[in-house]
Design a protein around this ligand. Sequence first.
Ligand SMILES: [Fe+2]
Length: 301
Amino acid sequence: MTATNTTTARKLTGNIGAEITGIDLRSSISEIDAADLRDCLAKHQVIFLPDQHLDLEQQKALTSVFGPALQLPYVTPMDAEPEIIRVYRGAEEKGGVFGGDWHSDFSFLEVPPSGSVLNAHTLPPYGGDTLWASQAAAWDALPDALQDLLLGRDAIHVGKPYGVKWAPPVKEQSGAGIKMSRGDPTADEEMKHPAVLQNPVTGRRMLYLNPTYVTRLDGLSEAESAPLLDQIQRHVTRPEFCIRHPWKPGTIAVWDNLATQHYAVNDYQGHERLMYRTTFSGLSPRDMAALPDKAPRVAAE
Ligand SMILES: [Fe+2]
């Protein structure tokens, strides 16, 4: 990050994540700070801004720094706040948590969110961490044979958790903190995205795969794809490419949804947790397709 006012970025791991301090997001965000935040996000893929305690208007203002706010299908937003999802889990809720497996948000859409913003409000006394994995660092370290297999190839994404084919019964949602509109057959339609993207700002390449929504690689059957996708996913989620974030109230996280996968840890049953999530749009994965050649790799920084 370039020096502006007292804003500083501190890397949190070797491959992903930085903490940004010295900026008050409750005040209006200057253009120079906005540009720095965007640069930091492109460079670190997920950024954490502690002690912000933003209200919803301030969160929307921050979100607009990165791109136009998105209204997403399937997940019911807040009343009168169509751009904000109240990510709430009550102390009495059992079973899975929202986002409790590795995924990129809504990757099955033609234009998925470019990024997401999560605002920590109420936290359990322990647990409830979120992990992110860098699909850029994972690409850099991927064996040549797998890079050759993926460059120029599409992957098939399907919104199966939101569609009719795999949707859980509505009764399983009773009492849930997050409501979803199920039974939308369009969520079961296949969407092709390039398996490898290239960030237009940094030039850096990244995988664009995740086990929640990707069903197969184009040109291969699900059975043929499964062992390859499993192997790649184990690689992406190696600890070296991940960051695990223990939340504090008032912390804001912003992540590049096309360069990362994330995972909400389900280990705080009996306690409530409340976050507010916004998402923003940008280029489509198709617009960011990496060219099918072996151009020199771009260093992380
Ligand atoms: Fe998510």
